[in-house]
Design a protein around this ligand. Structure first.
Ligand code: B12
Length: 215
């Protein structure tokens, strides 16, 4: 099958919230030599965004959103395994603390970002989701991290990224850690406005920004 056909099926499995069919399509595509990260972003991520739009318009409901999320997680797990199998550099280039901000449970994109950044020799300490800014800063200090990455998917929680920036300034730690922000509602402009050091639109931009920030 062609890449376009795999993409079409990927989008369809997301709309149906069919985790088994989604995983089977990804496995078949990998066996066919398709790049899993590309299929993830052009197929499955596009599909789950469509589901999100339909949900926003009241044409799909929370149970369907949850099924699509489960299907996305199944596919992400396969891609993460593939990325881990390929390995990356073994030289340790830095430590990054990563979390979804307080009040927000969306963590699928963050997981993808974490696995791609790990391939660059960066140790990623994933604190999970719904994490208060103070806990993120405490962990970064404890681990003497180089970078702090945060993810937010809700317009109501992205303000937590500013809380984090303000906390770093208040504690005199702003120069000690580079900060990177991302997530669907976050923009480059927002990142600049709150004083974050970098913004990544997707996982591959997250990687290039991490590499740039670590010099
Ligand atoms: C799946 C999903 C869920 C799942 C989440 C499961 C999970 N474990 O993550 C469930 C069902 C639990 C859920 C719940 C809710 N959701 Co929801 N959800 C989505 C959906 C459909 C997809 C998100 C996703 O996984 N995308 C796929 C990944 C791969 O993409 P991504 O997250 O954007 O990540 C990429 C980039 O953004 C970037 N990135 C992400 N993080 C980071 C971090 C860094 C540092 C960097 C550099 C880059 C980066 O790289 C990633 C990979 O390329 C979105 C729709 C959308 N358009 O985003 C709605 C959406 C985000 N949800 C929404 C809403 C309203 C909710 C609920 C409030 C619904 C409710 N009534 O309960 C709750 C909120 C719960 C909470 N407190 O957080 C709204 C938000 C609207 C708004 N304006 O804020 C959306 C936009 C849907 C909509 N159109 O209405 N949701």
């Amino acid at each position: 099958m062609t890449k376009e056909e795999y993409i079409e099926i990927a989008i369809d499995t997301m709309k149906k919230g069919d985790a088994d069919a989604a995983a089977a399509n990804m496995n078949n595509a990998i066996a066919d030599g398709i790049d899993p990260a590309e299929l993830l972003s052009e197929g499955y991520s596009a599909g789950i965004r469509e589901v999100g739009d339909l949900f926003g318009k009241g044409r799909m409901f929370l149970p369907e959103l949850m099924l699509a999320a489960d299907a996305m997680k199944a596919v992400s797990a396969i891609v993460e395994d593939e990325i881990a199998k390929k390995g990356g550099t073994s030289e340790k280039k830095g430590v990054m603390v990563l979390a979804t901000v307080q009040g927000d449970v969306h963590d699928i994109g963050k997981g993808i970002v974490a696995s791609l950044i790990k391939t660059q020799g960066v140790e990623v300490v994933d604190l999970g989701r719904d994490v208060p800014a103070a806990a993120i800063v405490d962990k970064a200090v404890e681990l003497n991290a180089d970078l702090i990455g945060t993810s937010a998917l809700l317009t109501t929680t992205m303000g937590e990224m500013k809380v984090l920036e303000d906390l770093l300034k208040e504690k005199g730690l702003k120069d000690r850690f580079k900060t990177l922000v991302g997530g669907a509602p976050v923009t480059e402009r927002f990142a600049k406005r709150i004083g974050a050091d970098a913004y990544g639109e997707d996982a591959s931009q997250a990687v290039s920004e991490v590499v740039r920030l670590l010099g």
